[in-house]
Design a protein. Structure first.
Length: 133
């Protein structure tokens, strides 16, 4: 069976955070590029959860209503604010990750994969909504 450990998930989450924050730092002049890295990653996860929720609800003959979506959006906003406020090590973690991935191979391809991960979350969610509407 295919299993991913907590350590591997944490490394994947950290790598995605690093790549997104690095993109913002290099290409989009935002003061809080680290917060944007966390925000986009949590937003992508939320969209995947909403996509799965829509599929499960449709399997049982129900619809994803605005109320159900808001039930998931409110914790998302609260979670994002909490992580950005409670996560004091953002700068330290970003620096550690930049040292760790300084000499990695295939940076462009890995960055593209992270970008596709973010884009596909939106594509999956919208396509499920369009198919079932």
């Amino acid at each position: 069976t295919f299993q991913i450990s907590k350590k591997e998930m944490k490394e994947l989450f950290n790598y995605c955070f690093y790549r997104i924050a690095l993109f913002y730092k290099r290409h989009i002049p935002l003061e809080d590029y680290l917060g944007q890295g966390i925000f986009l990653q949590i937003f992508a996860i939320l969209l995947y959860i909403l996509t799965l929720l829509e599929l499960v609800l449709r399997f049982y003959g129900l619809k994803l209503t605005k109320g159900i979506a808001i039930i998931f959006l409110v914790p998302f906003v609260i979670l994002t604010i909490m992580i950005n406020r409670i996560f004091p090590r953002k700068e330290e973690l970003f620096y550690e990750l930049s040292l760790k991935y300084q000499h990695e191979k295939h940076k462009w391809i890995k960055g593209l994969c992270v970008c596709l991960y973010i884009i596909m979350s939106l594509v999956c969610f919208l396509s499920v909504l369009l198919v079932f509407r």
